[in-house]
Design a protein around this ligand. Structure first.
Ligand code: CIR
Length: 259
């Protein structure tokens, strides 16, 4: 199973309630119209990368529901409903399930603890889960059992303190290559992988996505883009400044699937 080859992306447009999205540090609300337009640009980039975009309904009752990745894990024809680790997002998995039941061969569910999809990095050989303020040991244990149909073992590591999600700070860019901030890579959690370090000061660029032949990253991080370009990756940049105001990045706005 390749962790970088995908055929479809499930997305959910932001609803007007996105202005109330959670944020770790008090700051301005996102602008709804700009968020919508950036989301369209994001979906267009996924489409140009070769994915068919499937749009799930808006969930106005869940301000953060545009960040679909936190509610489910998709690996090949298998999906696992997660348990987002913050109360206002708890209902998102149940609301997403019908869309996954209609598309996946198996849809498992974790019933203990908490796991946010943003804490899960799937590589060719394993599922790495970063424990965080949103993802706990009980959730990782439940995920380990639920992930059995994928054939991939689950490995538990730690997300750096004050970093929202494990994948806030890293992304897979090739079967065996991880793009990571220094503060995460120094933990040793990627020993055995090739690591490309995200330049210090541009940590917010680390939440990017490799989709088929391109690496899609946020605009505004010239050093990170140059590092990836020099390493031979075809870099595509999309604006996602409104999502960033509520701690969202590129990985969280799609469930990337290979069917
Ligand atoms: C939250 O705090 O849950 C949202 N405002 C942002 C979630 C971003 N998701 C992700 O990084 N996987």
């Amino acid at each position: 199973m390749s962790p970088i080859r995908f055929t479809h992306a499930l997305v959910r447009p932001p609803s007007a309630s996105v202005v109330d999205g959670l944020r770790a540090i008090e700051g301005p609300d996102p602008d709804f119209a700009r968020f919508q337009s950036e989301h369209v640009g994001y979906c267009e980039a996924l489409g140009r990368a070769g994915m068919t975009i499937e749009v799930m309904p808006e969930l106005p009752g869940h301000p953060d529901a545009v960040f679909v990745e936190d509610a489910a894990l998709c690996v090949g024809s298998h999906a696992i409903m997660l348990r987002p680790g913050t109360p206002s997002r708890a209902g998102e998995a149940a609301a997403t399930r019908p869309d996954l039941d209609a598309r996946f061969t198996t849809v498992a569910q974790i019933d203990d603890g908490h796991v946010d999809g943003g804490d899960i990095l799937v590589t060719a050989d394993e599922i790495i889960v970063g424990r965080s303020a949103r993802t706990d040991a009980a959730g990782v244990a439940a995920l380990t059992a639920a992930a059995e149909p994928t054939g991939l073992p689950v490995r538990s590591v730690h997300t750096p303190a004050d970093v929202l999600h494990f994948k806030t700070d890293c992304a897979i860019v090739d079967d065996r290559t991880i793009f990571s901030t220094r503060r995460l890579a120094v933990s040793g959690c990627f020993d055995g992988y090739e690591v490309i370090e995200c330049p210090d000061g541009e940590e917010a660029a680390a939440n990017l996505i490799r989709v088929n032949d391109v690496v899609i990253m946020r605009t505004g991080f010239p050093q990170a883009a140059a590092v990836l370009d020099a390493a031979g990756y075809a870099v595509v940049q999309v604006q996602a400044d409104e999502a960033a105001l509520i701690d969202g990045g590129l990985s969280c706005m799609s469930l990337r699937c290979a069917w």
